[in-house]
Design a protein around this ligand. Structure first.
Ligand code: COA
Ligand code: AMP
Length: 634
């Protein structure tokens, strides 16, 4: 086995050699002409000329290799009281039939298909069935509202929507069909077909001619084989928050994605074929795409699809039960899940009740892993707790303690080292884009080319790809995170450099929320900032200045604003606090001082910039925040 250091050097100095070696883990129907086409930077193409099918590599291939009777996916749903296991053979058959049902509806290679599903096995079936026939899926997280769905429909222009009748949240059933109908009403592009999985908890009303019953069309269909696609063809589009209300359609290709994800299972997670891997996330997020569905199946593992929460379904021992019952080797979740468990069970009383014999490692990502949470998890679980850093854009980790090479000493607060394939640099943008010294904070960038699996572009938006990621630091991909690398090469990710916030591991745009607040008829101007929250890491708080002459009680308007964000973006925005203020703090050139407001709300010391227009505004903001209970203490 090569060392991390040898492989890291090789991946930077001879990326073609490194990734051609990794590509042996994938079954190709046609070999590549070139491992990397770097002729047209910043657009790089991996495995050009090659053909493969991602679904074949996730399913059929393992049946052919003798894994047919092994569990491919275990659905564990404390929300419905069900546990169901599907072997590779069974799951291949289900996916092949559903792919047949899509083909029978005229859906074909290159068509886009929007998936709006809760955490049920059919969500994975839908994704893999699209992959099987070369259709490009775009999964939208169930916590997003119709307007967000409509934006994605208009951008991806799907021919079909695959959905369930409802999602289940503790204490409430969310009927999805009215949300879909509303989204289609709002969108300019109209998908021709809607396929609905009727769940027993809620029956959807169907529109004749457009809507089809999932079970009926699947039962009537014949299984279809995998369609070979180009390595460079898109597998999926996943929309993620940008700096405005318009989300960015991150494109993932087939070939590079399959190679990088399978490689990551061994080298990042140290998980082998046959092992049980559990990513406690949602298929609507990148973690769900990569590590609930694609990577574990590419590696021939058993993946867990969990419909529940870390607490309350039924208690703070929920995760430990799943680990025990399904012999989970590695768990991947967001630190917020552990903060929720710790809050309810600080002494880990539930942990002692379960068998952890098969459990090896806990992986955390999605937000900064605070040292307190890591220490608690280490003490309680007595396994390595590995922080790793990545983004929707990259699709797999940029920085990690790569467990497949042997664990490096953990430094709290650091996701350890750059992962092979990522040439990470810290840049001072204000000072001639120079690389900073070790220990100095700057913008974190990755020298191009990005490794396989990372986004080749944005959906039908090459210009947006350049503008968002490539233009500021030519020759580099700008991650949008700030941080530093210490003397020993350990990475520290400190904050976003844009207005993206991370709420319970969910990526949200404060700019998008500002657009919603600004749409309220009484609002003259507004600012939304992410402030510290002991459970969710960050939560948004909105400040609004009302139009002159508005005489309604501010509390009434504040309530309307909270409801408006929930309606327009969705409950996942977790927008619960809007505060009416007389003025917003600004520089003389009119720039709102959001960073200063955040520091006041978090109780941090701050320096008002010399360019501030009127320092008295900061006193007003401090008083209003104090009246609302901020800073609330950490
Ligand atoms: N469909 C509809 N609504 C949803 C939803 C979905 N799929 N997922 C969440 N919501 C709703 C929640 O019910 C909540 O609604 P409420 O305002 O009526 O209470 C709201 O969106 C906010 O959700 P969330 O921020 O997740 O808060 P929570 O209090 O429900 O749960 C945690 C907090 C920590 C338990 C939860 O965030 C969690 O399990 N996180 C695990 C980590 C994770 O999944 N990370 C994702 C990326 S790795
Ligand atoms: P998402 O695209 O939703 O995966 O969010 C990506 C962003 O989450 C990153 O740009 C970081 O800001 C943050 N993030 C993810 N993982 C980590 C981590 N391990 N440490 C610090 N921040 C993280």
């Amino acid at each position: 086995m090569p060392s991390y250091e040898e492989d890291y050097q090789l991946s930077l100095e001879q990326p073609e050699v490194f990734w051609a070696r990794a590509a042996k883990g994938i079954s190709w129907s046609k070999p590549w002409d070139r491992v990397l086409n770097a002729d047209n930077p910043p657009f790089y193409r991996w495995f050009e000329g090659a053909e493969l099918n991602t679904c074949y590599n996730c399913l059929d291939r393992h049946v052919e290799d003798g894994r047919g009777d092994q569990a491919a996916l275990i659905y564990d749903s404390p929300m419905t009281g069900q546990v169901k296991s599907f072997t590779y053979r069974e799951f291949t058959d289900i996916v092949a039939r559903f792919a047949g049902a899509l083909t029978a509806r005229g859906i074909k290679k290159g068509d886009r298909v929007l998936i709006y599903m809760p955490m049920v096995p059919e969500a994975a079936v839908a994704m893999l069935a699209c992959a099987r026939i070369g259709a490009i899926h775009s999964v939208v997280f169930g916590g997003f509202a119709p307007k967000e769905l409509a934006t994605r429909i208009d951008d991806a222009k799907p021919v079909a929507i695959l959905a369930a009748s409802c999602g289940l949240e503790p204490g409430r059933t969310i009927a999805y069909k009215p949300l879909i109908d509303e989204a289609i009403r709002m969108s300019t592009h109209k998908p021709e077909t809607v396929v609905i999985l009727q769940r027993p908890e809620c029956q959807a009303q169907m529109t004749a001619g457009r809507d089809f019953d999932w079970q009926e069309i699947a039962a009537a269909a014949d299984p279809v084989p995998c369609v070979p696609v180009a390595a460079t063809d898109p597998l999926y589009i996943l929309y993620t928050s940008g700096t405005t209300g318009v989300p960015k359609g991150v494109v993932r290709d087939n070939g590079g994605h399959a190679v990088a994800l399978r490689w990551s299972m061994k080298y990042v997670y140290n998980v082998d074929p046959g092992d049980v891997f559990w990513a406690a996330s949602d298929v609507g997020w990148v973690v769900g795409h990569s590590y609930i569905v694609y990577a574990p199946l590419l590696q021939g593992c058993t993946t867990i699809l969990y419909e529940g929460k870390p607490v309350g379904t039924p208690d703070a021992g929920a995760f430990w039960r799943v680990i025990q019952d399904h012999k989970v080797k590695a768990l991947f979740t967001a630190p917020t899940a552990f903060r929720a468990i710790r809050q309810q069970d600080p002494d880990g009383k539930f942990i002692g009740k379960y068998d952890f014999r098969n459990f090896d490692t806990l992986f955390l990502a999605g937000e900064r892993a605070d040292p307190d949470t890591i220490i608690w998890a280490q003490d309680q679980l007595k396994v390595p707790v590995i922080d790793h850093w990545w983004q929707t854009e990259t699709g797999w980790s940029i920085g990690a303690n790569c467990m497949g090479y042997g664990m490096k000493p953990v430094k709290l607060g650091s996701p350890t080292f750059a992962v092979p394939g990522y040439d990470i640099r810290v840049i001072n943008e204000a000072d001639g884009r120079r690389e900073v010294a070790r220990g100095e904070i700057g913008a974190i960038a990755v020298k191009l080319p990005l490794p396989p699996g990372s986004l080749p572009t944005l959906w039908e938006n090459d210009a947006g790809y350049i503008k968002s990621y490539m233009a500021d630091i030519p020759g580099y991909y700008k991650t949008g995170d700030a941080g530093y690398i210490d003397e020993e090469g350990y990475l520290f990710i400190m904050a976003r450099t844009d207005d993206i916030i991370n709420v319970a591991g969910h990526r949200l745009s404060t700019g998008g929320m500002e657009e919603v607040l600004a749409g309220h008829p009484d609002v003259a101007e507004c600012a939304v900032i992410g402030i510290h929250d002991a459970l969710k890491g960050q939560v948004p708080v909105g400040f609004v200045v009302l139009n002159a002459g508005v005489n309604r009680p501010p509390t009434e308007i504040e309530k309307e604003l909270v409801a408006l964000v929930r309606e327009k973006i969705g409950p996942v925005a977790a927008f619960k606090v809007a505060l009416v203020v007389k003025r917003l703090p600004k520089t003389r050139s009119g720039k709102i001082l959001r960073a200063v407001m955040r520091k006041i709300a978090d109780g941090e010391t701050y320096n008002a910039p010399a360019t501030i227009d009127d320092p008295a505004v900061l006193t007003e903001i401090t008083e209003i925040l104090a009246a609302a209970g901020y800073p609330s203490g950490k």
